[in-house]
Design a protein around this ligand. Structure first.
Ligand code: FAD
Length: 317
């Protein structure tokens, strides 16, 4: 079933979350161990992230460095199939532009379609870690809007090979990313919102936001979206803060602010357990306000660790 259908069918706020594929060489049990404790809260769908290639440098016997390309977290499509098979719920694979030609993207979408997967979250992806800027692949999509157009084409039976005879259309529901605190590359929030509107006009059916710790930023974002004619469901993304280092790591990686009240609470903590407790309480309070605001779904970034999310969900669902 499509994410939008799940949201329409439920009058209450539903629970969902995102998992990341295990590192190469690790077992799928890591994913199951992260998902199992959260299943009692009835997530209608689970997102699985996608990870582009990284460059690593290996020293050769002659002392020269050899540049190698590696994908450290492959397996998104297989993990989605395993989730559907084991839990009988929907899986939402993330599809990214970065590192893929349009042909490779089409092949991945064909696999997903054959597996009966009806949802994708369409993203541009970030730059390669060692490169400062995002560069699309040759013949790859340059941004999420172009990727959405490719998926919409497939939904209309238009494949890249225009000589196909009577090709079957796919039927993907397309989610997109939104940034209550602005995407870091956008010149300003207004411009970012206008690009978000372009993604929805191109075929995006719902928005999942970047994590945020200040609900007012989300409320303002929703208001601004509605004012420019974005009418699709907007799902808030939440991450429980669990370590002292999150105070600097999360702003650096995700370009978000952490409210001073939360910073002060974390700084008062005497132990790791205290910090986890502060993070849980903050997230529960955020969630309660968001539910009262009428959000269709609370979407948690578990990053492969479900303990804190479970403790939050226990108090809400
Ligand atoms: P886009 O919507 O393409 O926007 C990228 C930038 O370009 C923005 O600054 C936007 O304002 C600007 N822009 C858009 N259109 C135009 C235009 N026409 N002209 C000029 N500028 C324009 N990354 C992964 O690698 N794997 C994942 O699984 C993953 N999952 C994510 C899930 C969520 C919910 C979120 C919020 C992010 C996720 N990311 C993931 C990170 C995401 O890939 C990065 O934030 C990326 O930098 C932007 O992706 P996007 O789809 O928002 O890009």
């Amino acid at each position: 079933m499509k994410v939008t259908e799940h949201l329409e069918q439920n009058d209450k706020t539903v629970f969902s979350f995102e998992v990341i594929p295990p590192l190469k060489g690790h077992s799928i049990d890591e994913i199951f161990n992260a998902i199992d404790p959260l299943m009692e809260f009835n997530p209608p769908f689970i997102d699985v992230t996608y990870h582009r290639e990284e460059y690593v440098y290996k020293k050769r016997p002659n002392g020269l460095l050899e540049k190698r390309i590696t994908r450290k977290r492959p397996g998104t499509v297989g993990i989605c199939a395993a989730i559907i098979n084991r839990y009988k719920i929907d899986a939402v694979p993330h599809i990214i532009c970065g590192g893929f030609s349009r042909e490779e993207t089409e092949d991945a979408l064909i696999d997903l379609n054959f597996l009966g997967i009806e949802n994708v979250l369409a993203l541009r992806g970030d730059a390669v870690k060692t490169e400062g800027m995002f560069y699309p692949e040759e013949n790859g999509n340059a941004n999420a809007k172009e990727l959405i157009k490719q998926i919409v084409d497939m939904n209309q039976g238009i494949y890249l090979d225009d000589e196909l005879h009577n090709p079957k259309p796919s039927n993907f529901c397309i989610g997109v990313a939104g940034y209550p605190e602005k995407h870091f590359e956008a010149p300003n929030l207004e411009a970012d919102l206008s690009y978000l509107k372009e993604k929805i006009d191109a075929g995006g059916s719902y928005i999942v936001t970047q994590m945020f710790f200040d609900n007012q930023k989300f409320f303002d974002f929703v208001k601004a979206c509605r004012e420019i004619g974005i009418t699709v469901p907007i799902i808030p993304g939440l991450k429980p803060l669990t370590t002292q280092s999150h105070l600097s790591v999360l702003p650096r990686i995700f370009h978000i602010d952490i409210p001073q009240d939360l910073v002060k609470e974390v700084q008062k903590c005497k132990s790791k357990a205290d910090i986890i407790q502060v993070g849980i309480e903050w997230s529960v309070q955020q969630s309660k306000e968001l539910i009262a605001f009428g959000v269709p779904c609370l979407h948690f970034y578990t990053m492969g660790r479900s303990n804190a999310t479970r403790k939050i969900a226990e108090q809400l669902f």
